[in-house]
Design a binder for this molecule. Structure first.
Ligand SMILES: Nc1ncnc2c1ncn2[C@@H]1O[C@H](COP(=O)(O)OP(=O)(O)OP(=O)(O)O)[C@@H](O)[C@H]1O
Ligand SMILES: [Mg+2]
Length: 386
């Protein structure tokens, strides 16, 4: 098992900055996900860790070993590509055995018997023990996926890298294979980096999630922390639902008071430890739908007044969409709430559930002392390999 640490990584393709200022540490045996919209740099970061790309700047460590320029086959990583990249003319057994036959340990190859034993063990692990003799074109999508996984695992990698491994599967198989990956990860506890753009998949599978946008890791945290304490507006918006209200800070005390349109104010909290909010700073107040209630529970609750535009009954709750001035907002209420389109609605949000977020995205986080993005700017860690 190894720890993966990146230091101020950057990779560009011509003018395009595919990823930049990546400072993350993935712990031994951890399952970390790279999550973000198409083009945000997930595959690029994974390929940097695998060694298929050399960064323009920064370093990658496996434990204390600097592997930044070490070629892929010397990193002992198992990789599963999105399109599987299996050899259709070979059997399942030969596909899985291929990498093992090439692998040398202390310059010695595995014996035929050792290859056979390891391949069979790995095929059993992915529940393909009976199908070793089949050709790839005789397999279903889910079975091909298992072969690709077995091929990555058979070499007993220190690090497992999976790039959208489930994206070609139907919904039911995805869930089945997702649980399979969790099981195998638990069994082998290999440090694993898993790429997906599906937030549900990321939240259900990961110890920690790196939420990426435009090449930057905006937050690297447990699923719970990502949802409860988003560090940027992008993260709050990308993970779950949120209503954002533009505002300007009026005062900063135990609570942060923000002026919002129509001479109203809301009181909220910061989710960013150490961020130096200032009076008159432009911010957004972010509220999750489930944090808006029909009843006032405390004198300090914020009252939000709006006009209902649509309601959707979803069985266990009522989704209510409403306008606060020009802003589109949403609330998740009790299913039997008698609310209908056109109603004026008064909702209440406790001040400890209203999240006050700076508007500067990752740049704002540089103002937080000790933050990885603040460190990236320090000259001492801006090491260059090129
Ligand atoms: N070989 C390349 N040459 C030029 N630009 C590239 C290359 N690979 C990636 N890019 C660009 O770098 C950015 C990040 O790409 P990357 O493939 O890492 O995104 P991604 O998050 O994996 O997206 P997706 O979810 O669509 O797979 C994109 O703007 C992409 O167009
Ligand atoms: Mg990709």
């Amino acid at each position: 098992m190894v720890e993966i640490r990146t230091e101020n990584l950057r990779k560009t393709f011509g003018e395009v900055i595919a990823t930049d200022e990546v400072n993350i540490t993935i712990e031994e045996g951890e399952l970390a996900t790279l999550l973000g919209p198409s083009g945000c740099g997930k595959t690029t970061l994974l390929r940097l860790i695998a060694g298929f790309y050399i960064p323009d700047r920064g370093r990658i460590f496996f434990d204390d070993r600097d592997i930044t320029t070490v070629p892929p086959h010397k990193r002992n990583t198992g990789m599963c590509f999105q399109n599987y990249a299996l050899w259709p003319h070979m059997t399942v057994f030969d596909n899985v055995a291929y990498g093992l036959k090439l692998k040398r340990i202390n310059n010695m190859r595995y014996t035929k018997a050792a290859v056979e034993r390891r391949v069979n063990n790995t095929l059993n692990l992915v529940q393909m023990g009976d199908l070793g003799h089949r050709h790839i074109h005789q397999l279903s999508g889910g079975q091909q996926q298992r072969v690709a996984l077995a091929r990555a695992l058979v070499i007993e990698p220190d690090v497992l890298l999976l790039d959208e491994p489930l994206s070609n599967l139907d919904a039911k198989l995805r869930i089945e294979m997702r649980e399979e990956i969790i099981r195998i990860h638990k069994e082998m506890s290999i440090t694993t980096v898993y790429v997906t753009h599906d937030q549900h998949e990321a939240l259900s599978i990961s110890d920690r999630v790196a939420v990426m946008d435009e090449g930057y890791v905006q937050q690297f945290d447990t699923p719970r922390q990502i949802y409860a304490t988003p560090q940027t507006i992008f993260v709050a918006d990308f993970i779950g639902q949120c209503t954002f209200i533009d505002g300007v800070i009026e005062s900063v005390n135990d609570v942060i008071t923000v002026q919002i349109p129509n001479n109203q104010t809301v009181e909220g909290q910061t989710t960013i430890d150490g961020y130096p909010f200032e009076v008159n700073e432009v911010v957004k107040a972010a509220i999750r739908p489930e944090d808006l209630h029909l009843k006032r529970e405390s004198a300090s609750d914020n009252e939000i007044v709006g006009k209902v535009t649509r309601t959707i009954y979803i069985g266990n709750a009522l989704e209510v969409y409403f306008k606060v001035g020009e802003i589109s907002a949403q609330a998740l209420l009790e299913p039997d709430s008698e609310i209908k389109e056109g109603d004026d609605i008064h909702l209440f949000a406790p001040s400890d559930e209203v999240m006050i977020l700076p508007v500067g995205g990752v740049d704002a986080l540089r103002k937080v002392p000790g933050h990885p993005l603040a460190l990236a700017e320090a000259p001492s860690s801006a090491a260059s390999n090129v």
